[in-house]
Design a protein around this ligand. Sequence first.
Ligand SMILES: [Zn+2]
Length: 200
Amino acid sequence: MGAFPGTYVLVPARFAQVGRSAAIRARCGVSRFTGRVVFSTDGWATCALGHKHWGRAGAAGLFLHRDGAGGPEVLLQHRALWSHHGGTWGTPGGALHARELPHVGALREVREELGLTADDVVLGPRSVDDHGGWAYTTVLARPARPIEVRDLRLDGESDGAAWLPLAELHAVPLHPGLAASLDRLRPLIAAPKEAADTRE
Ligand SMILES: [Zn+2]
């Protein structure tokens, strides 16, 4: 049986333009535009060294250090077992948002993960671990006031936090990224305050 010839072209002229744009919208999956476009940077990135890293725009963390009785101490979090490299000690931090400056992202993550704000710390030098196509920026900082672990508000990404003596980090399971960065970070801990870069 033949179809009715011309069925598919019998579109009244005054509806033709509307019909076509509606069809294009339907084909492209485009619905009415209602707001700002947010490009998510969540997701895995593969760097030039072949690692898989979380955060397509790179990541940043805060290396908060203080002078302890036996030398420098650093505030690390014990990563929850479900997380990437769970069970290791690492700097609080995480994936950067699109066009977010590393120190801004590090402070945002520290607020989320430990409950510390920008007023609680004094930012110092930064160290970039660039893997090619992905980089981790470590932002050094000192406490602006005494910060004790019991004052922190941990979220679900860590199950503990501690001030650990820098000289004894070899004795705990360290996040591999932090372990690889330590030799670069140690000299920066002693950097004079004038070296601090606190640009917004
Ligand atoms: Zn890598």
